[in-house]
Write a protein that binds this ligand. Structure first.
Ligand code: ZN
Length: 488
């Protein structure tokens, strides 16, 4: 057992080193360093992979004698990762990586020319390789299962299909009858320096300190955790809106998860979130359930007035809170509002399944995309750049990841229902600038477990049931009710 833990610590150290290199790449590295940084990262990641998948680890896992619950969980979860990683031949892994680089280039080219045909053969190749990847797991019920399992261990395609169909059927009518809200009050210009002041104030209040956290700028905001007590989040500033605040809250949610994992799990490979969807549930909860709540804006409004002088003189916190909850069907996933966002995801999930299973030909994808955007979101897609070519995921050969964005919302809804029952008066606490009870509840019920439990086991333990989009839909419905009281 000690030898196994030593080996895992080494693999974990290599992986965390890659995290530092990645963070540095995105945040501080000058552009000309990209090529040599690519080599550095590839070497470190290859070493981590080799050290993890070699025969010695299998032998140590077979021989390991766990001495307590924690060690039992380490062996159980690491065994699962190990068996999965060993199923895929190195030659296929390398081919996936190579094709992804070529496909990304073709995707950029296709976007520049607004010509899907330039990208189509590479997308076809990525799909073919992913089918081969799936074929490495002949016991899977569905070819999509092994892909999904990389991000949501243990979740079946059948369960996912059911949950997302229910989400879709609930969201489509909600979007269609959402009231039109004038959100001019949260449209800029807001000077960047002023936004920085507001972001700092809000992050302090929710729990960011200088001891364990860093905040930096990044083109695509993200969170990175090199180790215990070293949580790094990023945001971006656009003078035209207040998205900097919402990106910061989102990444804070990811960071708090990592920050509150039981330190005893450090260097075991279990010191992280239970799954992609669980991680996203934490970011969405802080971004949306907290950051768009009445209590949050009752507290934040005077701070926003102070940080953004003159901008909120003729308005009220109620008006700002209404504006940050506006629903407006749009073309682009990353800038979609909270309600239409789920539909952008459901559509991508459906296409991934149809493409992978051969029910939809790559050549027919753009037309199918435009038709479904009309049906679900209610918008006309003017070109493929703002349609099927907008996301990088499929170019990079990533299939099975999109649904975790929507599942994050679903889980956040289930948690929120539970939290609201267990912590009555939470909105009043927010109004007083007190976010600690929520952070503590999440630490106790979710964060401390890290990856000790399978995602479904964690959900069962926290909310007492399986995936259910019901609470999330009810949360949205309550907000969109025209007569919804602003005070709660
Ligand atoms: Zn996120």
């Amino acid at each position: 057992m000690d030898e196994l833990l030593e080996r895992l610590a080494e693999v974990s150290d290599l992986e965390r080193t890659a995290v530092v290199l990645g963070w540095d790449h995105e945040v501080v590295m000058p552009p000309a360093g990209a090529e040599s940084r690519g080599e550095l990262r590839a070497t470190i990641e290859r070493l981590a992979h080799e050290r993890f998948t070699d025969d010695g680890v299998g032998e140590l896992l077979d021989a390991a004698q766990p001495r307590d619950e924690l060690e039992r969980d380490v062996v159980r979860m690491v065994r699962r990762d190990f068996d999965k990683a060993r199923r895929v031949p190195g030659e296929l892994v390398a081919e996936l990586a190579r094709t992804a680089v070529a496909a990304r280039t073709a995707w950029l080219d296709a976007r520049a020319r607004d010509d899907f045909a330039v990208f189509a053969p590479l997308l076809e190749r990525n799909l073919e390789l992913r089918r081969r990847y799936s074929a490495c797991f002949p016991d899977a019920d569905d070819p999509y299962d092994p892909l999904l399992d990389d991000y949501e261990p243990g979740l079946s395609t059948a369960e996912l299909r059911d949950a997302l169909a229910r989400l879709r059927d609930g969201l489509v009518p909600l979007v269609a009858r959402a009231p039109e809200i004038d959100d001019a009050v949260v449209r800029g210009p807001f000077a960047e320096a002023n936004q920085r002041a507001l972001v700092r104030t809000v992050l302090r209040a929710v729990g960011v300190d200088d001891e364990s956290w860093r905040l930096d700028d990044a083109v695509h905001p993200f969170q990175a955790t090199p180790g215990v007590g070293d949580i790094r989040i990023t945001t971006r500033y656009d003078e035209g809106d207040l998205d900097s605040l919402y990106s910061a809250l989102h990444e804070f949610g990811h960071g708090l998860y990592e920050h509150q994992v039981d330190p005893a799990l450090a260097r075991t490979l279990l010191a992280g979130g239970a799954s992609s969807a669980w991680h996203e549930s934490q970011s969405r909860l802080w971004e949306n359930m907290v950051g768009r709540s009445p209590g949050f804006w009752r507290w934040c409004f005077p701070h926003a007035q102070a940080a953004l002088p003159g901008r909120f003189d003729d308005t009220t916190w109620q008006e700002v809170q209404r504006a940050v909850n506006a629903v407006r069907p749009s073309l682009i996933r990353v800038s979609a509002d909270e309600v239409t966002y789920g539909l952008h995801i459901v559509l991508r999930f459906e296409f991934e399944l149809e493409l992978l299973e051969g029910d939809l030909a790559v050549a027919d994808l753009p037309a199918a995309w435009n038709e479904r955007m009309r049906d679900y979101v209610g918008v006309e897609v003017p070109d493929d750049v703002r349609g099927v070519l907008q996301d990088v995921h499929w170019a990079e050969g990533i299939f099975g990841y999109f649904p975790t964005y929507a599942l994050g919302n679903v889980i956040a809804g289930q948690l929120w229902e539970r939290i609201s029952a267990e912590l009555p008066g939470l909105d009043e606490r927010f109004a007083a600038g007190d976010f600690a009870p929520l952070g503590e509840w999440l630490g106790e019920h979710v964060h401390r477990y890290g990856r000790r439990l399978m995602p479904t086991e964690l959900l069962e333990r926290v909310v007492g049931g399986p995936l259910d989009p019901g609470p999330y839909l009810a949360y949205l419905e309550a907000k969109l009710e025209p007569s919804a009281p602003l005070m709660s």
